[in-house]
Design a protein around this ligand. Sequence first.
Ligand SMILES: C[S@@+](CC[C@H](N)C(=O)[O-])C[C@H]1O[C@@H](n2cnc3c(N)ncnc32)[C@H](O)[C@@H]1O
Length: 302
Amino acid sequence: MGSAANLRPSEPTEQAVKPKLTLVPKSDVPGDERIGDLPIGAKHPRAFVGAAEGYDIMAATQFSIMTLLGLRQDDYLLDIGCGSLRGGRLFIPYLQPERYHGIEPEAWLVEHGIENEVGRDLIEIKRPVFSDNNEFRLTIFDQQFDFLLAQSIFSHASRSQIASCLEEARKVMAPGALFVATFLMGEEDYTGGSWVYPGCVTYTLDTMRALAKEQGLACRAIDWPHAAQQTWLIFAHEENAEQIPDLDDTTRILSMENDLRFAKARLAKLQNHPYVRLGMNVVSHPLYARVREATSRLRRAS
Ligand SMILES: C[S@@+](CC[C@H](N)C(=O)[O-])C[C@H]1O[C@@H](n2cnc3c(N)ncnc32)[C@H](O)[C@@H]1O
């Protein structure tokens, strides 16, 4: 895999059709309980990209934020550092053919995602496009994108890598595009010059804003859940800054909706309990009304 085109499923290369899975023990397939014991960064398609037990929820939060922000089936999406297709396995079926693009230097992760998460049939139908470029050369696809995603990429990247990624992103962002990324907010900036993995690096929000500004991009932090407590950012072309939605209350509303759903489910369960149903039958029985009447008469008389 060296370019975007040579990973199109319709034009498979020898590398693309031959999954290199020798380092993944057969029993460590998704769903295998033991993956939860693997450390983050272990050579396993789920553990390599984060805490293996949070693989599903991290996919769900990526998919839900992108669709909430307006991602629709005919949009072009670029998933930067797409890993083992954690998000891709939801985005690829959702989007129309040739809309999903993934860039990932660890080709074995993509191959595993194709074989075990998405499946060859869907790949044939949806024809996602991949590249293993490792320099954030987002122009490699020769495509303008409506949405870009970099989940847990800036949390490992050096300042100059983030700058390169944003510089390239600006070139491939369609005029109204939104670039959604996460980073680990801290009080200090990582000053090293290289990618850190599986450890994380921190930046201040001011630094992220400054990096965006240098590339002519506006940047806003939004309130959206993240399983590893990273902060979500949305970038847009500076002239479209007002298109970045304000999601400050989202988490609170989501959590209230969850509480409500939970309370409703508990209520329904309680109402179906045999003792409660028996009690409700007793209360609504005409005899019960007569007993209540007699009791209150007795109380008044005494
Ligand atoms: C923490 S993982 C996140 C993967 C994916 N976004 C997800 O949510 O599952 C970081 C990923 O970035 C990839 N990566 C490393 N260097 C990169 C680069 N220069 N360009 C794109 N991705 C890179 C790693 O191989 C790894 O798969």
